[in-house]
Design a protein around this ligand. Structure first.
Ligand code: THU
Length: 132
């Protein structure tokens, strides 16, 4: 099964609506298509103890793994407000995505302008750390 970019982005937007972002006010949603064509979503969940907050990508990856997905075929990350622009995955999430990505994994970063940027994991995390 293939999911069109627009549909994956809409799933990430729906997930973003559930963000628990009371501290930063910055909403993020992520949606993954896994190697079986299944969809998994996540949103950012903040905490009064700030470092305990978790990113949208972490939630979506967690859902994928829990449901038996092995690899990320495509991930859309939707954030952005004001002049901050599209939410490209943070450094930690680049490493999280890398763990389940291949050379042809597609990473879409979108803001409210609805114009997405497309990256590979090599674009976002060159010279990455890995143990294999
Ligand atoms: N955030 C994400 O969910 N994903 C990212 O890749 C970047 C940052 C969240 C974390 C925090 O809740 C808010 O955005 C502001 O940093």
């Amino acid at each position: 099964m293939t999911i069109a970019n627009e549909d994956l982005i809409n799933a990430a937007k729906e997930a973003r609506a559930n963000a628990y972002n009371v501290y930063s006010k910055y909403r993020v949603g992520a949606a993954i298509v896994d190697d079986r064509g299944h969809l998994h979503v996540g949103c950012n969940i903040e905490n009064a103890a700030y470092p305990l907050g978790s990113c949208a990508e972490a939630g979506a990856i967690s859902a994928m793994v829990q449901q038996g997905g092995k690899r990320i075929v495509k991930i859309a990350v939707v954030g952005g407000f004001g002049d901050i622009g599209a939410c490209t995955p943070c450094g930690g999430c680049r490493q999280r995505i890398h763990e389940f990505a291949d050379g042809d994994t597609i990473i879409l970063a979108i803001d409210d302008s609805n114009e997405w940027q497309e990256f590979s994991i090599g674009d976002l995390l060159p010279a990455s750390f890995h143990l294999d």
